[in-house]
Design a protein. Sequence first.
Length: 84
Amino acid sequence: PVFFVIGGCPNTFCGMQAVMYCASWDCQMDFWWVKPSKTADDEGNCGIERNTLSRHAKGPYKNDPGRSKPFYKPLADLFAQDAS
């Protein structure tokens, strides 16, 4: 990961999601939603759903940017441009 955008989810039903930006070895930027775990530990704390640390286009851990992509892609492009 390069950085996270926290508090950027426009949907009030999803809560506590963050966008994670990652760089590949060839300096290509990608991003997707990282989601909280649906279960809490013994102290009542919710952590990160580890399955969302990787990008999924479909399935139970779907977390690709979807309709938010046009809003977050310019930031990825800016970092990719600076890296090249």
